[in-house]
Every structure is written in structure tokens, then in C-alpha cells.
Write a protein that binds this ligand. Structure first.
Ligand code: NAD
Length: 288
């Protein structure tokens, strides 16, 4: 079987072109979508992620603010910054870069975000709306995966989707989105006794475990669609996904590479959620 490699970079580029048109339409009404990224401490990976997000904002014409607080910042200071951003009419999306340094409660920090500006979709109200089937903001990575699936015209209804990982950021919202599209969904986690017995039932397999090359060709059904969310830095400095990419060629019908698969879609969806938030604010007369 010929395995088709899904080009996340190309699809994200297409989506960004659509966003540039929407940003221009907002500009004609005097609105510029704005994103604030709050970073606490100097986590090296976070620095790279934040830099990429700010660059992507600039490329589609968004206003962006990078707010850096020292690693020893107290929670009150961080919450005050969030409250100020909640009131700032130039800002339509607020993102708190995770993980936070120890001592700061991610739960309390996310709770403080105005749900209407929570472009990551991690606020409990937005998580609840997603679970109820009427989402306001969908977390960027699973939303990006759904856009890839849509773009590739992969049928979801009636298929068996298996999601490896149950985090609030990826696995859980991913499973909910697939469920809402009519898939039969199995969710696996680190305690699943025989992972291969589960993954080999999948028509659509989404892997978000954070374990390099966890899933190999022997664990998938021939013809399955394999979406690899994992990004792992190996000892030699190279990046690897959670799926053994080389072994899948000839077995999977389609697969996303790492890098160049889900990663670029995540950033595109952050821009999409910010533009959508600005459109909503402008439709409701400026208050978001
Ligand atoms: P996490 O550590 O919060 O969750 C991992 C999940 O995988 C857990 O639910 C755990 O139970 C499960 N798991 C771990 N080992 C397993 C095993 N052997 N068998 C079955 N399940 C197992 O991680 P996360 O934030 O959900 O991220 C997962 C991966 O996705 C990481 O590699 C992360 O870097 C990557 N990621 C990529 C993007 C992107 O834009 N492409 C975005 C977010 C996360």
C-alpha cells in the first residue's frame, strides 16, 4: 500500500491565507485582532514556542504582546496581569504558556482568564461547552487535527477512532471532537494493559502520549489513518513523534510526519481562534 504523507505545513499555509483575508475584513471595520502571550520563567522550550507564535501573528497581521514575568513571580502578580488583559480592548486572545513554574497553580491561573478571550480553550467553561457539544473555543492541537482530517476528506462518521493519551490539552478534547463527528471512540492511557490490542482496531489513530516511537507498524491495521501529535527531543537533538514513522510506510493509508504534520496546524489554529474572537467582539459591538 502506498502511504500518503499529510503535509501539515501546506495545509496550515492555506488556512493562513484565509485568515489574512479575514484580518483585512476586520481592518476595514477598524479592528485588529490582538493576542497576548503570558510567559512565566525561562523554560527553554517555552521560549521557542512563544517566539514561533509571535512570528506567526505578525505574518497574518495580528497585533501581539509578549508579557514575560520572572520564574519567581508570585501568583497575585500573574493574576493581576491577566485581569488587566481581560479588560484590554486591543486584546482578543490571551494565552498562558504552560507549564508554569512550580508553586503557581495552573488551575487558578486558567480560571482567571476571561472565557471569551481563552483562545487555548482550557478554561473550565470552555472545556464544559466542548463536552456539551457547543464549543466556543476548541484547544488548538485537537482542532488542528480535525482540520487536517477535514482537509484530507477522511470520513469520521461510523469509523473507529482510537486516541492514545487523555490529557486536557490534547487527548480528551480530541476524543470529544471525534465523538461529535460520529466516530466510535476508544481512549487509551499509560495504564492501558495491551496498547497494541486497542490501536490495531483503529480506522483513525491519533497518538498523543509524549513517548518517542511508541506506536509501531505491527500495532496498526493496514490502511489506517495515523495522526502523530507527539513531539519528542531525542538524545541526539533530533525530533521524533510518538509513532515510528518509517515502519508505517506501506501499512498506514495516510500519516502525519514529525515535524511538519500537526505542529504547524496548532499555530494556525491559535491564529484562527484569535481572529474568531475578534470577529465575535466586533459583532457584539466591541465588548468581548
Ligand atoms: P501529557 O504528558 O499531558 O499526556 C500524555 C498522555 O499519554 C497521558 O494521558 C498518558 O496516560 C498517556 N500515555 C503515556 N504513555 C503511554 C503509553 N505507554 N501508552 C498509552 N498511553 C500513554 O502530554 P500532552 O500534553 O497530551 O502531549 C502529548 C504529546 O504531544 C507530547 O509529545 C507533546 O509534546 C505533544 N504535543 C504536540 C503538540 C503539537 O502542536 N504538535 C501540542 C501539544 C502537545
Amino acid at each position: 500500500m502506498q502511504t500518503r504523507i499529510i503535509d501539515g505545513n501546506a495545509i496550515a499555509r492555506e488556512l493562513r491565507a484565509g485568515l489574512i483575508r479575514r484580518v483585512a475584513a476586520l481592518a476595514a471595520m477598524g479592528v485588529r485582532p490582538g493576542l497576548a502571550v503570558l510567559q512565566v520563567g525561562n523554560h527553554p522550550a517555552s521560549k521557542i514556542y512563544v517566539r514561533n507564535k509571535m512570528k506567526a501573528c505578525g505574518e497574518v497581521g495580528l497585533y501581539s504582546e509578549h508579557i514575560e514575568l520572572p520564574a519567581d513571580a508570585d501568583e497575585w502578580t500573574l493574576l493581576e496581569r491577566i485581569r488587566t488583559l481581560n479588560r484590554d480592548s486591543r486584546i482578543h486572545g490571551i494565552l498562558v504558556q504552560l507549564p508554569l513554574p512550580t508553586g503557581l497553580s495552573a488551575e487558578r491561573v486558567l480560571d482567571a482568564l476571561a472565557p471569551a478571550k481563552d483562545v487555548d480553550g482550557f478554561h473550565p467553561i470552555n472545556m464544559g461547552l466542548l463536552a456539551a457539544g457547543s464549543p466556543r473555543f476548541v484547544p488548538c492541537t485537537p482542532l488542528g487535527v480535525m482540520k487536517l482530517i477535514e482537509h484530507e476528506e477522511i470520513g469520521v462518521q461510523g469509523r473507529h477512532a482510537v486516541v492514545v493519551g487523555r490529557s486536557n490539552i490534547v487527548g480528551k478534547p480530541m476524543a470529544l471532537l471525534l465523538l461529535q463527528k460520529g466516530a466510535t471512540v476508544t481512549i487509551c492511557n499509560s495504564r492501558t494493559p495491551d496498547l497494541g490490542a486497542m490501536t490495531s482496531q483503529a480506522d483513525i489513530l491519533v497518538v498523543a502520549a509524549g513517548r518517542p516511537r511508541l506506536v509501531t507498524a505491527g500495532m496498526v491495521k493496514p490502511g489506517a489513518v495515523v495522526i502523530d501529535v507527539g513531539i519528542n527531543r531525542l538524545a541526539d537533538g533530533k525530533l521524533a513523534g510518538d509513532v515510528d514513522f518509517q515502519s508505517m510506510l506501506g501499512t498506514a493509508s495516510r500519516i502525519t510526519p514529525v515535524p511538519g504534520g500537526v505542529g504547524p496546524m496548532t499555530i494556525a489554529m491559535l491564529l484562527e481562534n484569535t481572529v474568531m474572537s475578534a470577529e465575535r467582539a466586533s459583532a457584539s459591538g466591541g465588548s468581548s
